[in-house]
Design a protein around this ligand. Structure first.
Ligand code: SF4
Length: 246
C-alpha cells in the first residue's frame, strides 16, 4: 500500500471517529525514519446522540463536500454519478449492498434497477416503505462492467460507509450478498455459512442475506424462503409485526 493511500485511509478514519466525538489523536514515531502511528486516542468513546436534523445535515455535507468530488480511487474515472446512499437518517434498518450498477450510476441512487425493485418488495414485505430504511453500498462509484469492487477500492471507500453507519446508528444492519457481508464481518466465509444468523458490527446487530440480484438469478422457492426467514428475524428484532404468510 502506498504512503498516499495510507494517509488517505488515516484521514478518512479520523473523520469517521469524529462522528463519534473523538477530539484528538496523538501521533508518535514507530521508529526513526519509518513514520508515525496513531498511538493514543482521546475523547469520549460512545456515539454522540445526534438529532434527526443533525444526522441529515452531516450526511448531506459528507455527500456534497466529500463523496461527490471524490477521486480517491480509480473508480472515479469511469463513474457518471457517485451513489451516496439514501433513506431515513433515523432508520432502524440499514441495508448494505455491493456497489452501484448501470442504472444507479446514471441516476446517482442506490438499488434502482431490477434488483432495486426486488429490494423494494422485500422492504414492503417487512411492512416498511423504502423511505423508512437506509440503503447504501460498500463502494460509491460503479465498478466498470459491474465487476466486484477490488480490495483496495473497498478499503479506500468504506470509511464513508462507516461514517454513515456511525451517524445513523441503525438498530440492525442487513448486508446484501457476499462482498458487503465479507467486508462488514471481515471474513471470507461463504454466504451459506453467514446468512440467517445474527452477527455483530461495533455493537449493532447484523443480519446477512442474499443480494436481490442473486435472488433474481436463482429465484427458487428455497432461496426466497431463506431471505424471508432472514427478514422475519430482522422484523422481530426491530419490533415489526410478522404477517402470517410466505
Ligand atoms: S469509489 Fe469511493 S473512494 Fe473511490 S472514487 Fe468513488 S467515492 Fe471515492
Amino acid at each position: 500500500m502506498s504512503d498516499d493511500t495510507t494517509k488517505q485511509q488515516l484521514w478518512l478514519w479520523l473523520k469517521s471517529e469524529q462522528a463519534f466525538g473523538l477530539d484528538s489523536v496523538v501521533l508518535r514515531p514507530v521508529a526513526e525514519g519509518v513514520g508515525a502511528e496513531a498511538a493514543t486516542v482521546a475523547g469520549p468513546p460512545a456515539a454522540l446522540p445526534l438529532s434527526r436534523k443533525e444526522k441529515i445535515e452531516r450526511l448531506a455535507a459528507m455527500d456534497r463536500e466529500e463523496v461527490r468530488p471524490c477521486t480517491r480511487c480509480r473508480l472515479c474515472e469511469s463513474r457518471k454519478k457517485t451513489v451516496f446512499g439514501e433513506g431515513d437518517a433515523d432508520a432502524k434498518v440499514f441495508f448494505i449492498g455491493e456497489g452501484p450498477g448501470e442504472n444507479e450510476d446514471l441516476q446517482g441512487r442506490p438499488f434502482v434497477g431490477r434488483a432495486g425493485e426486488l429490494l423494494n418488495r422485500m422492504i414492503a414485505s417487512m411492512g416498511l416503505k423504502r423511505e423508512q430504511v437506509y440503503i447504501g453500498n460498500i463502494v460509491k462509484c460503479r465498478p466498470p462492467g459491474n465487476r466486484e469492487p477490488a480490495p483496495d477500492e473497498v478499503a479506500t471507500c468504506t470509511p464513508y460507509l462507516v461514517r454513515q453507519l456511525e451517524i445513523i446508528r441503525p438498530q440492525v444492519i442487513v448486508t446484501l450478498g457476499r462482498p458487503a457481508t465479507s467486508y462488514m464481518l471481515q471474513t471470507k466465509l461463504a454466504m451459506g455459512k453467514m446468512r440467517g444468523q445474527w452477527h455483530n458490527w461495533r455493537g449493532i446487530k447484523l443480519m446477512p442475506t442474499f443480494h436481490p440480484a442473486y435472488l433474481l438469478r436463482s429465484y427458487t422457492e428455497e432461496n426466497r424462503a431463506a431471505v424471508w426467514s432472514d427478514l422475519k428475524k430482522v422484523m422481530a428484532e426491530v419490533g415489526l409485526p410478522i404477517p402470517d404468510r410466505k
